[in-house]
Design a protein around this ligand. Structure first.
Ligand code: ATP
Ligand code: MG
Ligand code: MG
Length: 142
């Protein structure tokens, strides 16, 4: 049914579950392609999940983090033959939407929450933004 699924991955538990669902959907539909995307957003990487990173360490730390995330995602999608990985830059929600548009994705799969600390809201800001603006179906996994 779906030709090209985009799974948005930030290493969080919800994004792992989302990737699992995306893999399951792709497996059940021969010919479906899956692309796992991760967006690097500079302020997050400089001050967020890591705490403060000194500017001279920034590039190295980001590369290490990116490699670690890609390895995890590759492990989880190892059973698929038609799978690809992309690291994007920019505000994650716009980067995800832009990638989906440019690459004719027909389903976005993402977690309800990510790595952010605020727990009261049902949706994180990235999933909220994507759901509001996407012109294709979005599967939110929790
Ligand atoms: P907030 O970021 O608003 O503090 P949060 O981190 O809990 O809240 P989101 O960032 O919206 O929640 O994460 C929801 C989902 O969006 C994640 O499970 C993941 O699928 C996707 N996502 C979030 N950040 C990224 C990113 N940098 N790259 C790719 N996907 C992402
Ligand atoms: Mg987040
Ligand atoms: Mg955040």
């Amino acid at each position: 049914m779906y030709q090209h699924i985009l799974a948005a991955y930030d290493g969080s538990e919800a994004s792992r579950k989302a990737l699992q669902q995306a893999v399951a959907i792709a497996k059940g539909a021969p010919g479906t392609k899956l692309t796992v995307v991760h967006a690097l957003y500079q302020p997050t990487y400089a001050f967020g999940e890591f705490g403060f990173i000194p500017p001279e360490d920034y590039d190295r730390r980001v590369k290490e983090y990116e490699a670690k995330l890609l390895d995890e995602a590759k492990d989880q999608a190892a059973s698929l033959s038609n799978v690809d990985f992309a690291v994007l830059t920019g505000y994650p929600a716009s980067a995800i939407l832009e990638y989906a548009k440019q690459n004719n994705c027909d389903l976005i799969v993402m977690g309800s929450r990510g790595l952010g600390a605020v727990r009261e809201w049902m949706l994180g800001s990235v999933s909220h933004y994507v759901v509001q603006r996407a012109q294709i179906p979005v599967l939110i996994v929790k």
